[in-house]
Design a protein around this ligand. Structure first.
Ligand code: C2E
Ligand code: CA
Ligand code: CA
Ligand code: CA
Length: 278
């Protein structure tokens, strides 16, 4: 089902057939809006948990369609992956983020930006080359960017994935493993992909107060990161109590509604000005 926040497009109430029509409609509209570069992005600040300073932000794609209203990425990203639209989508987003960063160099003075890419992107020959050419074209430092990837089983010993990651690393990009601990994530890839950052899935973070097992897993993921000299990031911090626990456990970076919600780039820039004041 699609998340409707506005728009005049009546949701289908009927069966599978309509659901199919609905999917087709979504794909058509998404194709068209990607073509016309109508998708945009928000940025969610990331905070150094030791001193509360903003160390960067995660770029989160947004889609507002004139008929559908706002559609959540949880809805359209899987669809884009299923239909192959994801390649264009990722390229378009990276182009947008780099142009924005070029126009607003102050966004990268003391901070970095994280961009989500799809596992499918890394399975594509030449992906790294395109991203590297693009960062050079925009006269940006690759060191200022982290690429967040969610592992899948296809990563195991996949030559193209490893080649792309190696090339991106060599150019200066950092690699984060997203949603660590849920779905498919392997300890082997953590090392094989020379991971710079481990993002503990929000599922564990959200359950910290009422689930002892989430506490154990969370603490261990933080300790594992430390042992491997990987930066630990906790996402989905929704309360002060959870924030306190994570600080106590020396998790390095935090992200979540309790700290900051995703916001338009303009707001993010304003926040950085406040943040950098002595
Ligand atoms: P993700 O990469 O795990 O991103 C974190 C999601 O959690 C974001 O949802 C963010 O808005 C949300 N979030 C952050 N803090 C909190 C919190 O404290 N509580 C709760 N409940 N949620 C929080 P969003 O923006 O809807 O994105 C959903 C997913 O869509 C992302 O999960 C990511 O997998 C995917 N996605 C988003 N942007 C992109 C993109 O540009 N490219 C690709 N390939 N995927 C993207
Ligand atoms: Ca992410
Ligand atoms: Ca995540
Ligand atoms: Ca994800």
């Amino acid at each position: 089902s699609v998340t409707y926040s506005s728009g005049n497009w009546a949701p289908f109430t009927d069966n599978v057939k309509n659901n199919h029509a609905h999917q087709l409609n979504l794909i058509t509209l998404l194709t068209n809006d990607i073509e016309h570069e109508k998708l945009y992005f928000d940025i969610q600040p990331q905070v150094n948990l030791a001193n509360h300073g903003i160390v960067g932000g995660e770029v989160l794609i947004r889609w507002h369609n004139e008929h559908l209203g706002q559609v959540s990425p949880g809805e359209f990203i899987p669809l884009a992956e299923q239909t192959g639209l994801i390649y264009k989508l990722t390229d378009m987003l990276i182009e947008k983020v780099f142009s924005w960063a070029y126009e607003h160099p102050q966004a990268l003075v003391n901070q970095c930006l994280s961009i989500n890419i799809s596992a499918l992107d890394l399975l594509q020959e030449g992906f790294a080359r395109r991203v590297i050419d693009n960062v050079i074209k925009h006269q940006l430092s690759a060191k200022k960017f982290t690429l967040e990837i969610t592992e899948t089983s296809v990563f195991d010993n996949n030559e193209t994935v490893h080649k792309n990651v190696k090339q991106l690393h060599k150019a200066g990009f950092k690699i984060a493993i997203d949603d660590f601990g849920v779905g498919y994530s392997s300890m082997q890839n953590l090392v094989a992909l020379e991971t710079d950052e481990l993002k503990i899935d929000q599922f564990f973070v959200m359950n910290l107060l009422n689930d002892p097992q989430s506490q154990i897993l969370c603490r261990n993921m933080i300790d594992l990161s430390k042992a491997l000299e990987i930066t630990s990031v906790a996402e989905g911090i929704e309360s002060e109590e959870i924030l306190k626990l994570l600080r106590q456990w020396h998790c390095q970076i935090g992200q979540g509604y309790h700290l900051y919600r995703p916001m338009p780039p303009v707001k993010y820039l304003a926040l950085l000005v406040e943040n950098d004041l002595p």
